[in-house]
Ligand binder design. Structure first.
Ligand code: C2E
Ligand code: CA
Ligand code: CA
Length: 588
């Protein structure tokens, strides 16, 4: 009886255990399926599992969205709704799978068009499908139990992003990033076919003025119109067009036999543009400046886009409606100058200016008696820039007045320092441009600074040029008299250049005449130059002036000039303009 009971209990336990295990297993499978389903639903791609007769077994969340799924149409989706376009031919998807799956177990098609009848829109997608064989236990006949997994990756979002990345908002033309990407391919092609490739950088002139007159909306309309014209023109001719900046367009002409062709195209575009808009009462008509760079003529490919911009800058600089081809260094130079123009105003605040000093020596003893202060611009990109490049820019922008003040303050501070530390006392001369000379308050500023620093006026000299004598006579005389009253020195610089006339020696109350380097360059060989220099020295002496000869580059020149009884000399033979610390070493 007990045995019976034990057997029954054991059987019961075994049954219970098996039942429990099964339940647990089912639960686990259900959990797993649930997790898979959740994972599928998290995917942005549409995933569909089809049975072997193409009925839908499972659709994830994204596919329900894509197919605008509702319970009624579930089965018919594949039969009726979904078509796929392969090589211009449309197939219902189920037919397509049936046909292809016989050849291979999986397929994928990148950037393929599909349509869904209900959605009506043609979609670009990445499509893939895969056959899953049934597990061996279920498999009875060959086909039964097969499953197809279809996955559809909607490319719309990517395309939107692509459009935002590669297309201009307003004109919908491809943008500069797109141009750079395309250029690489196009370069390779033209190189392979031994053809020239041209870039045309087109900029509508004075567009901001037009915009302020017409308002944004009208101006935008004109831009769009021009963009459409360019687009059509380029399609006709197999060129590429891009909208690189607001009112700047880029054309790539991929095969060209002569540079002149690019110029002709540019002219054609300019002619068309004029017809788009004009307003005679406001004297307003559309023109475009065009910069062209040509591969291989304008240099290596990596510079071509830059060079087209530079050519455009240069064209704009020459006025409206100009065409410029980048072919030589000259544009590079011009461009550099333009860049410098932009950097100049900040150079003061960024402390990029530095004063150099060039000694002026006594002609007989060769001792340093004074020095000329010369400005240098330490540009972060271009290095040390010589004054002949930026002084004219400073003059054009009026910043020269600021430079003059900076020079004077620096020199005065330096003089104070030398006084304190018992350096040899010498006068320092600084150059003044006509513009400074004409500026209101020029003399007052000097007077104020001299007083502030308590510097003997004698220690400061101003180098003026004879051009100043051509200015309004009463005014200039007044300024010179004021300077004299202050007690500062005046030197007449660059004597012997341009329209030198001995009469200037009388007009300008200078105590020193500086004979220009150009007059002494050939003095060792040229008898006439010798006579002129000698005469200037003698005349200056009769007028009670001293003479500095500039540009003394060697011993022979120095000896000859000393024999002419010039008073002082300045030149590389003695020293080049030196930075402060090197100059101080000489002074010791
Ligand atoms: P400048 O007043 O005639 O200055 C003399 C120029 O001749 C300096 O050129 C100097 O470096 C150069 N020089 C001196 N000795 C020799 C020599 O033996 N051989 C050669 N080949 N050259 C020599 P830098 O410093 O380039 O200055 C050029 C011009 O820039 C100056 O001509 C002056 O007109 C202007 N400049 C320089 N600094 C200033 C400034 O602070 N204010 C203004 N307004 N102009 C300045
Ligand atoms: Ca000078
Ligand atoms: Ca000079």
């Amino acid at each position: 009886m007990l045995e019976m009971f034990i057997v029954v209990c054991l059987s019961f336990l075994i049954v219970f255990f098996l039942w429990k295990r099964n339940a647990l297993l089912k639960g686990r499978i259900a959990n797993q399926l649930n997790a898979f389903q959740r994972a599928f639903d998290m995917s942005d791609d549409a995933i569909i599992i089809l049975s072997d007769n193409f009925e839908i077994i499972y659709m994830n969340h994204a596919s329900k969205g894509l197919f605008k799924f509702n319970k009624d149409n579930k089965k018919e989706i594949f039969a009726n709704n979904l078509k796929i376009k392969i090589k211009d031919e449309w197939f219902p998807l189920d037919e397509f799978i049936k046909k292809y799956i016989q050849l291979r177990d999986s397929f994928s098609f990148a950037n393929t068009k599909i349509t869904i009848t209900d959605v009506k829109e043609e979609l670009s997608v990445n499509l893939s499908f895969e056959k899953i064989e049934p597990s061996s236990s279920i498999k009875s006949d060959k086909k039964k139990g097969e499953r197809y997994i279809v996955s559809i990756h909607d490319l719309r979002k990517e395309n939107e992003l692509y459009n935002a990345t590669f297309y201009h908002d307003l004109t919908k033309l491809p943008n500069q990033d797109r141009a750079i990407a395309d250029l690489n391919v196009l370069f390779a092609k033209s190189h392979l076919h031994n053809q020239k490739l041209a870039l045309l950088m087109i900029n509508i002139d004075n567009f901001s003025r037009l915009r302020s007159i017409l308002g944004y909306q009208q101006a935008d309309k004109i831009l769009i119109k021009f963009a459409n014209y360019l687009d059509e023109f380029c399609k006709e001719n197999s060129y590429n067009v891009y909208n690189t900046l607001y009112n700047t367009f880029l054309l790539i002409i991929p095969s060209l036999s002569k540079i002149e062709e690019a110029e002709e195209i540019a002219q054609k575009i300019q002619k068309q543009l004029v017809s788009f808009f004009s307003m005679s009462d406001a004297k307003l008509y559309l023109t475009a400046s065009i910069g062209i760079s040509v591969y291989p003529d304008s240099g290596p490919t990596r510079n071509l886009l830059d060079n087209a911009y530079k050519a455009l800058y240069s064209a704009e600089n020459k006025g409206q409606g100009k065409i410029e081809i980048y072919q030589s260094d000259s544009i590079q130079k011009e461009y550099d100058e333009l860049v410098l123009y932009n950097d100049l105003p900040d150079a003061f605040e960024k402390k990029q200016f530095e004063v150099y000093y060039q000694p002026i020596v006594h002609a007989q003893s060769k001792e340093i008696v004074s020095a000329e202060a010369l400005i240098r611009w330490k540009h972060p990109r271009y290095g040390l820039i010589a004054p002949y490049i930026f002084i004219p820019m400073l003059e054009k922008t009026g910043l020269i007045v600021k430079l003059g003040k900076y020079m004077l303050e620096t020199i005065l501070k330096q003089q104070k320092h030398w006084e304190l530390f018992k350096f040899k006392r010498i006068s320092i001369s600084m150059n003044v441009s006509i513009i400074e000379f004409e500026t209101e308050g020029f003399v007052d500023f000097i007077a104020k600074k001299l007083a502030e620093n308590k510097i003997i006026p004698d220690l400061i000299k101003f180098e003026v040029t004879e051009g100043m004598a051509a200015m309004n006579e009463t005014r200039i005389n007044h300024t010179f008299q004021e300077l004299k009253k202050l007690g500062v020195g005046i030197s007449l610089d660059d004597f012997g250049t341009g329209y030198t006339s001995f009469s200037y020696l009388k007009k300008i109350p200078a105590e020193i005449v500086k004979i220009d380097k150009s007059l002494v360059d050939n003095i060792l060989k040229n008898k006439e130059d010798q006579r002129i220099v000698k005469a200037i020295i003698e005349l200056a002496h009769t007028l009670g002036m001293k003479v500095v000869v500039e540009g003394v580059e060697d011993q022979f020149m120095a000896e000859l000039l000393a024999s002419y009884r010039c008073d002082y000399m300045q030149g590389y033979h003695f020293a080049k303009p030196l930075p402060l610390f090197e100059f101080q070493e000489l002074l010791r």
